[in-house]
Ligand binder design. Structure first.
Ligand SMILES: NC(=O)c1ccc[n+]([C@@H]2O[C@H](COP(=O)([O-])OP(=O)(O)OC[C@H]3O[C@@H](n4cnc5c(N)ncnc54)[C@H](O)[C@@H]3O)[C@@H](O)[C@H]2O)c1
Length: 334
């Protein structure tokens, strides 16, 4: 039976990942063959809301504290999904907290894995397309160089390199996924500069107005949480030989403009009374968004069997099916 740790387990992707692993019931074990998942530990600074089942334990603590992470990950740990992070504008606003969580925290996870002398656990790390910056092509590909222009992006590139090096040394069987913007994110807006992309879909469908700080023609490289969670599990289960020494994989994200998001809401709203999108330009956010790639396309991910969404409609429909009811209920409870 496998023991799995998910850091950032109370967050958006950590919660969805835990539920999907429970649903599937197995992950690749140390020998690469599917084995039942016996236990999942959700680690976060805040208590995870669920899943409330005996196979799941919630542990609160700070990934920036080495001793805490040594207690979290031990000889009984087979797999770690390392998702804990302070997101882009949070890491930009607080330099020290960003480095402590996003860089020191990753090093602590790797060191705790290295201390397991009996085996090298599988580790999946969530990187970001914030590793790219400067003059970018309209579509970022496997060949685009990493030149981050934020602390968050720098911390993510550093994490990718550490994963390669600890894997090369045989201390961990590490893998990293470079994620585009994952949407639609349920709940409330967060501190990410991309938060509007989820807001202008989630809020109107919940009957609430939303502000969009960028022009309608502003593109975003998007991927649904469904495809992302599937990719996290696929990346975990992939034989290491298929990755080779470069353990980081870019995921393909489709190009969708803010205007196309708004149109997809109108097409998919059904009988719902929707909120309005207010176009309220914010020069600072527009500048950040203008520096991002409009799409990502990875031939390597294609060849390894990773998939991307067919259209923005598919992404909106997945949100309606998976999250809209609970989104509306939590709004009504406020
Ligand atoms: N969602 C996206 O669009 C996106 C895009 C690119 C990369 N990523 C990466 O994917 C991962 C998960 O993203 P998410 O959208 O679920 O983010 P999230 O903010 O919902 O979840 C991250 C979790 O990390 C926790 N955390 C923060 N500091 C911590 C600390 N010091 N110790 C322990 N836990 C801490 C937070 O409490 C939060 O629950 C992150 O690493 C993020 O950088 C996400």
């Amino acid at each position: 039976m496998l023991n799995v740790v998910i850091t950032g387990g109370a967050g958006f992707l950590g919660q969805k990942l835990a539920r999907e692993i429970l649903q599937r019931g197995t992950l690749a074990g140390p020998d690469g063959l599917p084995q039942p998942v016996g236990h999942i530990t959700l680690f976060d600074t805040v208590a995870a809301a669920g899943p409330d089942v005996p196979r799941v334990t919630t542990v609160t603590g700070d990934i920036g504290d080495a001793a805490t992470v040594q207690r979290l990950i031990g000889r009984e740990t087979h797999s770690v999904f390392h998702l804990a992070a302070i997101v882009s504008s949070g890491a930009e606003a607080d330099f020290e907290a960003g480095y402590r969580t996003n860089l020191d925290g990753t090093r602590h996870v790797l060191e705790a894995c290295r201390a397991i002398i009996t085996h090298a656990p599988r580790l999946v790390f969530t990187s970001s397309i914030a590793v790219y910056g400067g003059q970018l092509p309209a579509t970022v590909t496997d060949d685009t160089p990493q030149r981050p222009t934020t602390s968050y992006g720098t911390q993510k590139v550093a994490g990718e390199l550490l994963i390669n090096d600890y894997s090369r040394k045989g201390y961990v069987d590490g893998r990293a996924l470079r994620l585009p913007t994952i949407m639609v994110r349920p709940g409330k807006p967060n501190r990410a500069a991309s938060t509007w992309a989820s807001s202008i879909i989630r809020e109107p469908l919940s009957g609430v107005d939303a502000d969009c700080p960028v022009r309608p023609d502003s593109p975003m490289a998007c991927l649904s949480p469904r495809r992302t969670v599937d990719a996290l599990i696929r990346m975990h289960d992939l034989p290491a030989a298929e990755l080779g020494p470069d353990r980081t994989l870019l995921l393909s994200g489709i190009r969708v403009t803010a205007g196309e998001m708004a149109a997809a809401v109108a097409r998919n709203k059904g009988n719902r009374r929707t909120g309005t999108i207010r176009w309220t330009p914010d020069a600072a956010i527009q500048k950040i968004v203008d520096g991002w790639p409009g799409a990502t396309r990875s031939a390597r991910a294609d060849a390894l069997g990773f998939t991307t969404d067919g259209s923005i409609d598919e992404i909106v429909q997945a949100f309606i099916a998976d999250d809209l009811d609970s989104q509306i209920r939590s709004r009504q409870a406020e």
